[in-house]
Ligand binder design. Structure first.
Ligand code: BG6
Length: 454
């Protein structure tokens, strides 16, 4: 048996990690531009200069055999203040990127928010704490659907949506007080879910053949051992962290276990009268990123004031898995486990939107020998194939993070993910030249053989 011949192979990227030109051509300031830059890390001003080199990069993606690529639109490039006047140069830029992808035989997917929103929305309205910002997002989504919907079928609202409720403040909320932090995070999370559902509603109207994905980062929690306390604890974390958002995306309502948790801890967000109806706008595809699994050991959940502090305090090392230099445990079978679990729970097409390994690399005599990356992808793709071909899972594509080196989410150039090396350091921009790594040929064979050659 072989994979469906329409299977998607390719990669994903965010705008802030790649584009640069952070305040050129009318772009407004985003929350990322205001993020504190650590002394030994990079700022976001240049990225890997995708803004000026997108044609070269897209040709590399084509040569790599990609038939699919997920880009993110920078909201602040299109609406510099988040609301108000549109920036025509911002719209033009993404027109050019989309056209270039299509001309090179690569199907584009648009992600609307990847950890950043216009700073002005935070300064004036406290970000997604405010329902006005939900309306601004709705206007942004509708504007770009009208502009690009004739060429873009696949859409995604929030990258890794479930990070909203664990303490990531990328959606721009400020002044969250520690005492009521988790309650406020659930309000932000709820407002982003409503923003997402409004985008699904708009897509149905503006791009009738469009496909909307709901996405989360899947942190697979394993119990430390067969102690039933540990087993049930891991199960609860998987529900709270992973399945909650998927349930909303697939079934159009909050799951009962979540309602009970939120009520019992006084974390319940405020629902506006129309919200239950809006939540019913479900997704076409359930999408996720997967990098690693983690082992947790039981503690009383009630001891913790946030879900993130609970995860941090209960995670222990898995002696059965190797880990990366950054301590991410490598677990290809975990991918097969997740695909099976999601299929049985929600019965919707699944899409792997990010999978990859961060490695510190150097060019030696003009070559980058990234055998570990080859091994990582080989094993993960094999487990994905097992899930599809042996277990009957409906998975429509595999996107790598990220085909061409870019800054890591923490601003490190040292942590590289690509099949193409970019010549820059943390502070030193160097030539920004692109050099194919050894894994480039490997992944090309995988992609162009539709996963037959591993
Ligand atoms: C995902 C994000 O969580 O992981 C990306 O969507 C990020 O933005 C990727 O780059 C890898 O994480 P990191 O921190 O190693 O860059």
């Amino acid at each position: 048996m072989t994979l469906n011949r329409n299977f998607f192979w390719g990669g994903s990227a965010s705008s802030f990690q790649t584009e640069g030109n952070w305040k050129g051509d009318g772009k407004g300031i985003s929350v990322i531009d205001r993020r504190e830059v650590k002394e030994d890390k990079s700022d976001w001003n240049v990225g890997v200069d995708f803004y000026h080199r997108y044609q070269e990069d897209i040709r590399l993606l084509r040569d790599m055999g990609c038939n699919f690529y997920r880009i993110q639109l920078s909201w602040s490039r299109i609406f510099p203040d988040g609301d108000g006047e549109v920036n025509p140069k911002g719209l033009d830029f993404y027109d050019n990127v989309i056209d270039c992808l299509v001309e090179n035989g690569i199907e584009p997917m648009i992600c609307l928010i990847h950890f950043d929103i216009p700073q002005s929305l935070v300064d004036r309205f406290n970000g997604f704490q405010s329902r006005y910002v939900v309306d601004c997002f709705d206007h942004y989504a509708r504007t770009v659907m009208k502009r690009y919907g004739n060429r873009v079928r696949h859409w995604l609202t929030f990258n890794e949506h479930n990070l909203n409720h664990i303490g990531f403040r990328f959606t721009g909320s400020k002044n969250l007080c520690e005492a009521s932090l988790q309650k406020e995070l659930y309000q932000v999370n709820h407002n982003t879910l409503i923003a997402h559902c409004k985008a699904v509603k708009s897509l149905r109207e503006i791009v009738p053949n469009g496909k909307m994905s709901g996405m989360m980062t899947y942190k697979l929690f394993y119990p430390l051992n067969s102690d039933p306390q540990n087993v049930f604890f891991a199960r609860r974390l998987n529900d709270f962290f992973n399945n909650f958002h998927m349930h909303v995306f697939a079934k159009g309502e909050y799951p009962e276990y979540m309602m009970r948790l939120l009520k019992s801890r006084d974390w319940m967000p405020r629902f506006e009268p129309e919200d239950n109806e809006l939540l019913k706008y479900t997704c076409d595809i359930l999408a996720f990123s997967y990098y690693n699994s983690q082992v947790v050991s039981y503690r009383n959940f009630g001891e913790f004031s946030t879900l993130q502090s609970c995860i941090d305090a209960t995670t222990v090392r898995n002696p059965f898995c190797d880990s990366t230099q950054w301590g991410w445990e490598i677990d290809p079978i975990g991918l097969r486990y997740i695909l099976n679990d999601l299929q049985r729970l929600f019965d919707k097409p699944l899409f792997i939107l990010e999978n990859g390994i961060g490695l510190s690399e150097e060019v030696v005599d003009g070559h980058i020998k990234d055998e570990k990356r080859i091994e990582y992808h080989k094993k993960h793709i094999q487990e994905m194939k097992n899930a599809i071909l042996d277990d009957g899972v409906d998975c429509i594509g595999y996107l790598t993070w990220a085909p061409i080196d870019m800054l890591s989410s923490g601003g490190e150039m040292e942590k590289r993910y690509g099949f193409v090396y970019v010549d820059r350091g943390e502070k030193e921009l160097r030539s920004l030249d692109r050099i194919k790594k050894r894994s480039f040929d490997y992944i090309r064979k995988v992609f162009t053989s539709n996963g037959e050659i591993l």
